[in-house]
Design a protein around this ligand. Structure first.
Ligand SMILES: Cc1cc2nc3c(=O)[nH]c(=O)nc-3n(C[C@H](O)[C@H](O)[C@H](O)COP(=O)(O)OP(=O)(O)OC[C@H]3O[C@@H](n4cnc5c(N)ncnc54)[C@H](O)[C@@H]3O)c2cc1C
Ligand code: SF4
Length: 328
């Protein structure tokens, strides 16, 4: 590991000030992703600003939902009674991620900003536009099994790995961000970006912007929500595909539905066309499959990734069946 300077920030404004104007500095939260990257040489910041002591570790009920501090641990959030009751997709997504020890160390902000698990991104001996812009993409034509099938570009076919991010995109969460010009809110659906010509930019955040909280709006649909994750092992593995679903039903008819997919794109994929096709209709297997296919019209697969399309269809069916039966 290369030597680096370590500083502890006292409050959010102090943290932002410490990164402002220093492109070589990075925030350190639980460290479960960043420290791995330091060891591998994937990340080489000269200065780490520790953001674990900013007082952002509360989960607070608000007039219209819940405010989750950026330093709330994944295990704490998953176990929170209000999250389990009103946003079960969020609790289930968190419990589907990593291991107990990791969830206890990992933070809300760090989880959203963890980097792709593309095997080439993590191997500094291979070309990768995301790690080193302009160097190439080793995944295209290489080991493609985990790659994106929606929204990928000629520059990058990596997927975003956070389970929490997919659940937050489904329940219309807002990410609260502090920068040098003050606070702003970014919808969870807009936080991560498609790769385009700049795959090195995972999100719309500017350097130095600090996530301070995530806000969960209380909706009827979120109360009836779930998360289905398909992976190579039953636990301790990233998603091949995942589905966060929330639905408000009137009998068997859909009054309101939200669907977000993981493991298929560079960002959590909100399936808007499928949602529109399902709204105001009775939930049926044929209807769900047709709605998913409408969304997948834009999909591009290779021999290695073609399996993801029937898998995301099956996971969406499973998720909506569960909700129809009143399960989480
Ligand atoms: C073996 C293993 C298996 C895993 N499996 C899964 C899985 O199945 N699903 C899943 O979702 N995750 C999984 N993870 C990832 C894990 O959840 C993340 O490493 C963790 O959530 C990152 O949080 P952290 O607090 O440790 O972030 P850190 O490693 O400290 O930081 C991650 C990034 O976020 C930035 N950052 C941190 N906090 C802030 C903030 N408040 N504002 C702005 N920037 C910030 C850091 O600068 C860094 O770039 C796995 C990890 C490991 C090691
Ligand atoms: S898919 Fe993206 S992250 Fe993976 S090697 Fe290509 S550029 Fe790098």
């Amino acid at each position: 590991m290369r030597p680096f300077e370590y500083q502890r920030a006292d409050d959010p404004a102090h943290a932002v000030a410490l990164l402002d104007g220093d492109p070589d500095a990075a925030y350190l939260a639980g460290g479960t992703n960043l420290v791995d990257h330091l060891k591998l040489g994937v990340a080489t910041p000269g200065r780490l600003v520790d953001v674990r002591h900013l007082g952002l570790d509360e989960v607070e009920e608000t007039d219209d939902g819940l405010r989750v501090g950026a330093n709330v641990r994944n295990s704490t959030l998953a176990a929170h009674p209000l999250v389990r009751e009103r946003w079960p997709a969020v609790a289930r997504a968190l419990l589907a991620g990593a291991s107990g020890q990791l969830r206890h160390q990992a933070t809300t902000g760090g989880n959203l900003l963890q980097r792709t698990r593309c095997v080439y991104f993590q191997d500094v001996t291979t070309p990768c536009h995301k790690r080193e812009p302009g160097s190439g993409c080793s995944a295209i034509g290489g080991y493609e099994r985990y790659d994106a099938v929606l929204g990928a570009s000629e520059s990058c076919v990596a997927v975003h790995p956070s389970d929490l991010a997919v659940a937050l995109a489904c329940v219309d969460a807002q990410v609260v961000v502090l920068g040098r010009d003050g606070e702003r809110r970014v919808p969870a659906t807009e936080l991560h970006r498609l790769p385009g010509d700049h795959p090195e930019r995972d999100t719309v955040l500017e350097h130095g912007e600090l996530i301070t909280a995530v806000e969960l709006p209380a909706t009827q649909a979120a109360r009836r929500s779930t998360y289905v994750k398909v992976r190579d092992r039953a636990s301790y593995a990233f998603a091949l595909v995942s589905v966060a679903a929330a639905v408000e039903l009137d009998g068997d008819t859909v009054r309101d539905v939200r669907l977000a997919w993981g493991g298929v794109a560079h960002k959590p994929w909100r399936a808007g066309r499928a949602e529109a096709a399902l709204t105001a209709r009775r939930l049926s297997d044929d209807g769900i499959s047709a709605a998913v296919d409408l969304e997948l019209v834009a999909a591009r697969t290779t021999e290695q990734t073609a399996y993801k399309l029937p898998m995301v269809r099956g996971a969406t069916l499973t998720a909506l069946h569960r909700l129809q039966e009143g399960l989480q």
